[in-house]
Design a protein around this ligand. Structure first.
Ligand SMILES: NC(=O)c1ccc[n+]([C@@H]2O[C@H](COP(=O)([O-])OP(=O)(O)OC[C@H]3O[C@@H](n4cnc5c(N)ncnc54)[C@H](OP(=O)(O)O)[C@@H]3O)[C@@H](O)[C@H]2O)c1
Length: 384
């Protein structure tokens, strides 16, 4: 029985609460929604912060360890928003419940292993029931996936396309994001295994689609360093699912730095964290550095920003585009997550089911929503 347009699971977390605030402002008057979580008192506190207009907002009990409670939220909603992470630890039971119930699902994962495992275990069920499972609807990977989608649209159709994304960020991370990064770093072997399992199952595209690891180089007066995140995987899924990406599509993903020492320093910092996360006692000690539920305050978030520059080439044309916005990890991630859920719930979209990328599930409709919501997508004029 579908009762709500949207149910937000994990509304008591740092990003979940920001998503609740965004939905409270943006949900259409005819829309219905509910907050879900395991702690009633915390849910009430989040609802109180939304103001008196939302005092009757339903609160649903749901716990990751209680499959029946997840089935209940999956069958009560058109779209379920999952803000409970690390997703490798907590995510699968809700994906399973939504796939079984034929309910659309969005989350904020940036964990490649989780993305691949959910494909292996739940894609076919979702295809059968009609559920759209759309992972990575936060900063991972909406700006990159929709940015590439926007760039492809500026290039000729039916020709090989080469696109690279160059990411710049100024921001700090929450306890949940830090815990998620540590969990991911500690699982390098399962990560490779999950990718191999997916590759065995996924039908080959008739078109060539590659997300390749680039090499460090200088472009646009900056150092571009290969960036190993979930984003190239999501872009590659779009490449396989969306025909206008052409007969031979290649994507490369970079972090962009002003100076070589800052590029080397960032690579060394991530490398050191990845090495330390392999040892359980050190991982435990590191996880104490940031508490679940904590995150950057409003002032810090107001000073945070991101810019992604895309260079696209194909059919003799070269185009440079840019996607930009404010605090990538939280304010903008909550906005992207909420707009993705609103898009699935209320917009007229081409039929699709199974595990989908944001661009493949929602394409132009989501792009229009993000622009209306204040994210910038533009073609950068080039000197002749
Ligand atoms: N890709 C992106 O752009 C992006 C941006 C932001 C966050 N994220 C990801 O989103 C996830 C959440 O981050 P966050 O900083 O918001 O984390 P957080 O503040 O620690 O929140 C975690 C949430 O999970 C809930 N939870 C934990 N165990 C649960 C259980 N057994 N049953 C039900 N709920 C449970 C917590 O509920 P309680 O309040 O009851 O403890 C809380 O609501 C992380 O994986 C993070 O990496 C991604």
């Amino acid at each position: 029985m579908t009762g709500y347009d949207l149910v937000l699971f994990g509304a008591t977390g740092f990003t979940g609460a920001l998503t609740a605030e965004y939905l409270a402002r943006q949900l259409p008057a005819h829309g219905s929604w509910a907050l879900a979580g395991r702690d009633r008192a915390k849910l009430e506190a989040v609802r109180d912060r939304l103001g008196p207009a939302h005092s009757a907002l339903p609160l649903l009990h749901a716990d990751v360890t209680d499959a029946a409670s997840l089935r209940e939220i999956a069958t009560s909603a058109k779209v379920v928003i999952n803000a409970v992470g690390p997703y490798l630890t907590y995510g699968e039971p809700l994906v399973a419940a939504c796939a079984e119930a034929g309910t659309d699902y969005v989350d904020l994962t940036g964990e490649p292993e989780f993305f691949d495992r959910m494909y292996v275990r739940h894609h076919e069920t979702a295809r059968r029931t009609g559920a759209r499972l759309v992972h990575a609807c936060g900063f991972d990977s909406i700006p990159h996936d929709l940015g590439v989608f926007y760039t492809v649209k500026q290039l000729p159709e039916g020709v090989p396309l080469r696109i690279s994304g160059q990411v710049r960020v100024s921001a700090t991370v929450s306890g949940g994001t830090f815990a998620t990064a540590l969990t991911s770093f500690s699982r390098l072997v399962p990560l490779v295994r999950a990718a191999r399992d997916r590759a065995r199952l996924e039908p080959r595209s008739e078109r060539k689609v590659r997300a390749e690891l680039g090499v460090p180089h200088r472009d646009a007066g900056r150092w571009q360093m290969p960036l190993l995140t979930i984003d190239p995987q999501i872009v590659a899924l779009s490449g396989r699912l969306i025909d206008c990406y052409g007969p031979d599509f290649r994507y490369r993903h970079y972090a962009s730095f002003e100076t070589l020492p800052s590029a080397i320093g960032a690579a060394a910092g991530v490398g050191a964290l990845a090495v330390l996360a392999q040892l359980p006692p050190l991982r435990k000690a590191l996880s104490g550095l940031r508490k679940p539920g904590d995150g950057p305050d409003e002032d810090r978030r107001a000073q945070s920003w991101f810019k992604v520059r895309f260079v696209g080439e194909g059919g003799g044309k070269r185009v440079v585009t840019e996607v930009a916005g404010g605090d990538p990890g939280y304010d903008e991630a909550a906005k992207m997550l909420a707009e993705s859920a609103l898009c699935l719930a209320f917009d007229d979209l081409a039929p699709a089911a199974g595990q989908l990328s944001p661009a493949a599930a929602m394409g132009d409709a989501l792009l229009a929503r993000l622009v209306d919501a204040g994210l910038m997508f533009r073609v950068v004029p080039q000197a002749r």
